[in-house]
Design a binder for this molecule. Structure first.
Ligand SMILES: Cc1ncc(COP(=O)(O)O)c(C=O)c1O
Length: 377
């Protein structure tokens, strides 16, 4: 019997390179490669979930999310609720539903090189074309303004940014933001900014892009800020309800609504108590960062580590194409991510997640030293 053919939109999409790398690692490996914070969800949140479950009556919610949760999200941004919010099943669905709502076949979407890997795949699945602009690795991944301007064409529909950045942990400067916003306004380009790491700042909380100009959609959620990746709560928000309207329609036909229990719990996560627990997570990460920097000073003082302004990632220059080092590290029981996965400008870099206990961090940095000394000097 003939096999059933996959749809064209999925046929050319492989299991992610990250997953393929993880699959090669020995079972007891130290994993500094994950994209999440490996701490428990705060008790104030889990206790609330137990109450909600006990009350029973777990139902559909309005497509755009429970009104009380929309209000809590609006309060977080200090804006009024005005059909301008859609609660989604994680930030990933928010990215998908937003692009689904705005790009047609052949439309171009500007993304940074390097940036979060899922963007390129989602754009491709939706028939769009990802066009990369340079963040310059030899000047701390600053925006290359000429390249940005040159990459804008008559087909450019959306600029999709991630701020703070996965993988670099850096934020764009005010000047870079103003430059990109003015170019987008001149060329009628919608700006979508994924701010999922905003609350994990080291010293200064990044300003949201939300109020930078009219044509902006901001995406965020609770996966990283509150160690709630399994609860699947994200959102899209804009000052312009017209930009959120098609997203609510798309979201309705993707998953009807985000999970009821998680939405109830999200209200607690965004309350004063919930944000206090969130800040505790931020401070633990800040401490871990100090510790990991000390380990690098001790074991590998010659490696250049990019100064991150947000947790949990360190982007580290290993001087050569990092892929063969990463393969050897994996054989030696340490998972880190080769920077090239995020774009060609990350080729000589590795991404390390320090949201893990100190012993594993120390062992991880030691394994990098051991592997470099043995095979990569
Ligand atoms: C930049 C970025 N956006 C979105 C996501 C997905 O977040 P969520 O768990 O809310 O879907 C991730 C996860 O790693 C991410 O790094």
């Amino acid at each position: 019997m003939k096999s059933i053919k996959y749809a064209n939109r999925i046929a050319s999409i492989e299991k992610s390179t990250l997953r393929q790398l993880f699959d090669k690692a020995p079972p007891d490996s130290i994993n500094l490669g994950l994209g999440e914070i490996q701490f428990p969800t705060p008790e104030v949140v889990t206790n609330r979930a137990i109450d909600v479950i006990r009350q029973g009556n777990i139902r559909y919610t309005p497509n755009a999310g429970l009104p009380e949760l929309q209000k809590a999200i609006a309060d977080y941004y200090e804006i009024p609720v005005n059909k301008n919010i859609c609660v989604t099943s994680g930030a990933e669905e928010a990215v998908f539903a937003s692009l689904f709502s705005f790009i047609n076949n052949g439309d171009e979407v500007l993304i940074a090189n390097p940036t979060y890997i899922a963007y390129k795949t989602i754009i491709k699945m939706l028939g769009g074309v990802a066009v990369e602009f340079d963040l310059n690795p030899s000047s701390n991944f600053e925006l290359n303004r000429n390249d940005f301007t040159n990459k804008i064409s008559s087909k450019t529909k959306v600029l999709l940014l991630n701020n703070p950045s996965n993988p670099t942990g850096k934020c764009f400067s005010e000047e870079e933001i103003d430059f990109m916003v003015s170019k987008c306004n001149e060329n009628n380009i919608l700006i979508i900014v994924d701010e999922i790491y905003r609350e994990l700042y080291i010293d200064n909380r990044p300003t949201t892009f939300l109020n930078k100009t009219g044509k902006i959609i901001v995406i965020s959620g609770l996966s990283k800020s509150h160690c709630m990746s399994g609860w699947r709560i994200g959102w899209t928000v804009s000052n312009d309800p017209k930009l959120i309207k098609p997203i609510i329609i798309s979201h309705q036909y993707i998953c009807t609504c985000a999970p009821y229990i998680s939405q109830k719990v999200a209200i607690t996560a965004l309350s004063v108590k919930g944000m206090k627990a969130q800040n505790d997570i931020r401070l633990v990460l800040k401490k871990n960062r100090e510790i990991v920097f000390k380990f690098f000073e001790k074991f590998l003082p010659d490696l250049f580590i990019l100064e991150n302004t947000s947790s949990p990632y360190l982007f580290i220059n290993v001087n050569n194409d990092s892929m063969s080092l990463v393969n050897d590290l994996i054989k030696n029981g340490l998972i880190v991510i080769p920077g090239v996965i995020f774009g060609s400008n990350g080729k000589n870099w590795i991404r390390l997640n320090y949201a893990i206990d100190k012993k594993k961090l120390a062992k991880g940095v030691y394994l990098i030293k051991y592997t470099i000394n043995k095979n990569h000097k």
